[in-house]
Design a protein around this ligand. Structure first.
Ligand SMILES: *Cc1c(COP(=O)(O)O)cnc(C)c1O
Length: 390
């Protein structure tokens, strides 16, 4: 098989779509106006472009345009939700924040920082499939609880959380619910009104818009403490001259995702199914991680016995394949990924993890190329491994 280039790390980032790039480029050149310069048309057009993008982002999640705040990243949206809410009047002095063991670091490290400030942070466990323990959630909510933050879908194992049940539990107990939907937005249907979501984070570069643009949905009636102060942009909720081109790109990417979601979901899911079936059938001693059915269409994550994830990624790279692992070396610490440990894998098992995330630009040939190379690499590495037993 000829060497190819196969990008299978779409959970890390995605390329900017051609339509998206075309739509954003004029805002770097001819349409460079400051949206706050409202007395002439150049500025007015920039402002109008932002509002159109806001409408497009809102429409994908069933929100109203005024409920969308543009940010500099998904990470910033997560920070804004957690810090902004815990410090807001809405929190009514309540000090407890509840989240889960498998959140992205944008949530977990922000929760750590809030704990250092004196807030009470509770980390919920998840089951072996990565689904949050709803009984533990219910038990953790007390009089002092202000906010629950649980991701829509996990970036490593793809598991989708039961958002409706979670929101119901939160609202029954009078607490607010934020979800980090960075991996899910534009990839699976989410309706914030139907689900009962109070705040939702999303990011551009996971849906074929550029890096460095994100948004936070904040339900009408919730006033966050703003922590970037300055001009009155975003209705005073996030100061700083807007990233007009980035916002336009996010709006266009969101619109395209909304329009094509059903077709794209079916296509990407069929690619992932092909990948999962072939890997499980052809490679001995491997297991799919994450939920067997409630998972993101593009996510296939595995653990292989007697394999070091880091080595596997380098071998795949030699074959032109981009993939990810949650093994220890890749996490810049001595421990493997907190997500893999969170679903109950031992350090040893988590060591042999591989995440392949496919998207609309991938093909069946990509899948077959991945499987063929994976099979060869694993056979060779395992032969060299002192711990491998057939
Ligand atoms: C990528 C990601 C983020 C961070 O978004 P950035 O725009 O890269 O800051 C947050 N949460 C999840 C689940 C992600 O996958």
């Amino acid at each position: 098989m000829d060497k190819r280039f196969v990008y299978a790390d779409n959970a890390a980032t995605t390329p900017v779509a051609a339509e998206v790039l075309n739509k954003m480029l004029p805002y770097y050149t001819g349409e460079f106006g400051n949206p706050s310069a409202g007395f002439y048309s150049l500025g007015q057009r920039a402002k109008a472009a932002i509002e159109e993008a806001r409408q497009n982002v809102a429409a994908v999640i069933g929100a109203e345009a005024k409920e969308i705040i543009f940010t500099g990243s998904g990470t910033e949206a997560d920070n804004m939700a957690l810090r902004g809410f815990m410090h807001s009047k809405q929190a009514k002095g309540r000090r407890r924040l509840i989240t889960t063991a498998i959140e992205h670091h944008a949530i977990l490290h922000t929760a750590d920082a809030l704990r250092d400030e004196g807030f009470n942070v509770v980390i919920l466990p998840v089951d072996n499939n990565g689904v949050v323990d709803l009984v533990a959630l219910e038990n953790a909510i007390n009089e002092d609880t202000a906010l629950v933050s649980i991701m829509t879908a996990n970036n490593e194992i793809g598991t989708i959380q039961p958002l409706r049940e979670i929101a119901d539990i939160c609202h029954k107990k009078g607490v607010f619910f934020h979800t980090d939907a960075v991996q899910a937005f534009g990839h699976i249907p989410i309706n914030v009104k139907e689900l009962g979501i109070d705040m939702l984070s999303l990011s551009g570069h996971k849906i074929n818009a550029p890096k460095g643009i994100g948004a936070l949905y904040v339900r009408s009636g919730i006033a966050l403490q703003s922590y970037i102060t300055g001009g009155g942009q975003e209705k005073g909720r996030r100061a700083g001259t807007e990233n007009v081109a980035g916002i336009v790109a996010l709006g266009e990417a969101a619109r395209l995702k909304g329009e094509n979601m059903e077709r794209e979901m079916a296509y990407v899911r069929s690619l992932s199914r092909r990948l999962q079936e072939q890997v499980v059938a052809r490679i001995p001693q491997c297991a799919l991680t994450g939920h067997p059915t409630e998972r993101l269409p593009g996510n296939s994550s595995f653990v292989f016995a007697a394999i070091e994830g880091e080595t596997l990624i380098m071998d795949l790279n030699m074959a032109g394949i981009c993939a990810a692992t949650g093994s220890a070396c890749s996490t810049a610490s001595l421990d493997p990924s907190h997500v893999l440990l969170g679903i109950g894998l031992s350090h040893e098992r988590a060591h042999g993890s591989l995440r392949l995330t496919l998207d609309v630009m991938n093909t069946e040939d990509d899948v077959d190329y991945i499987v063929e190379n994976l099979e060869k690499i694993l056979e060779r590495r395992r032969k060299m491994s002192p711990v491998w037993e057939e």
